[in-house]
Structures are given as structure tokens and as C-alpha cells.
Design a binder for this molecule. Sequence first.
Ligand SMILES: [Zn+2]
Length: 210
Amino acid sequence: MSDSLNFHSHDAKAAILTLNPTQYLGFQAADSQLFTVGIHPWDTNGDQSALLEDFSKCLRGNNIVAIGEIGVDPLRGADIDLQYALMQHQAKCAEEVGLPVVFHIVRRFDLLINLHKELNPKQAWAVHGFRGKPEVVRQLAERGIYMSLGSNFNSESAKAIPDHLLLVETDDRPLESIGEVVKAVAEARGCSIATIENICSKNLKNFYRL
Ligand SMILES: [Zn+2]
């Protein structure tokens, strides 16, 4: 069950593993393993043309089910304008090749919402490691953007996320910890663990089109 629930992980054994483009190009994948690939906002300080070249090589790579994680983080990485430009470029490419997108957004949800308005994408978008306030939940839900909860989240927000947009993840923590996340989300929403498992595995399949 846990494999079918975990929306976002950096554990090399994850069923759906998140890598940056350079890692993906050198990765020895297990047969059934799936990937999300993108230039992380923290990695935006490097040589831009090399980053973009590796990214473009990945776009039609094997077993890629989404672009990501991409996004903006004002606390780390390149200056925010450059981070935005890279996020915009990668999201446009995702739309062109028909892949959903996983975002890492710190504070600047306004930039994500601007980009969603600008591109009006047909592909599904999700914010992983979501810690935003209930007001942000409302704004994202209005645009149909999924929200994935990890080990830390705002419990009022967890309650406010519509069923069809809720996801759970371990991110950089051990895969086994998905059970703790599910339990915490169930407590915050006042429902059973089985309910969260059902909702989140269905949403994960819908998002990645599995
Ligand atoms: Zn991550």
C-alpha cells in the first residue's frame, strides 16, 4: 500500500523517484521504477546552459511521469528572477510534452499562481511538501492545484484541502515514514487512516496517470 501512496521521494528505492536531470541521466533504474525530473530551485546557482541542456535531454526520457521538482525558494539558490525564469521554462516544456508538474515553493505562492494564470496548463500541477496557510489552500484549490503533505504541515490547512487534491509524501525522509504522515493527516482531518489511504492513492494515480 505504502508505495502507491508516496507522492514524492528522494529515496533511491522509491517507486516514483525524484531526481535532478544530471542524476537521472546517470541513474541505473530498476525495471518498474518511475521518475520525476527537474532542476530544483536549490540547484539553480550552477552553469545555466549545462543545467538546461541536461534538462532538455530528459524531456522524453524513459519512465518519466512528471517534471519536477521545480519552483522558487527565496532562501536558497539563484536570485528569484532567475529561479522564476527556470520554473517558467520547465513548466512550459512539461506542457509541450504533456507531463504533469511537481513544484517546490517556499513563500512565493503568488509566483506559482501567476505562472498558472499565464500558462493555463492542461497538465496537472502539485505543490509538494505543502506548508501553506488555509488562505493559500483556497487559492490553489481554485486553480485545481494538488497539495502534498509531508512530515510538517499546517493542520488547519490539512483540513481545508479538498479530497480530490490531497496527496501525502515522505520527501527526503525514509520510505517507511509514510505511515506516520498518513496518521497525522488523518488526525488533522478527523477521519480514518483507511480514508486517507484511499483518497491519496487514487489522487496519486490520477496525477501521474498510472
Ligand atoms: Zn523533494
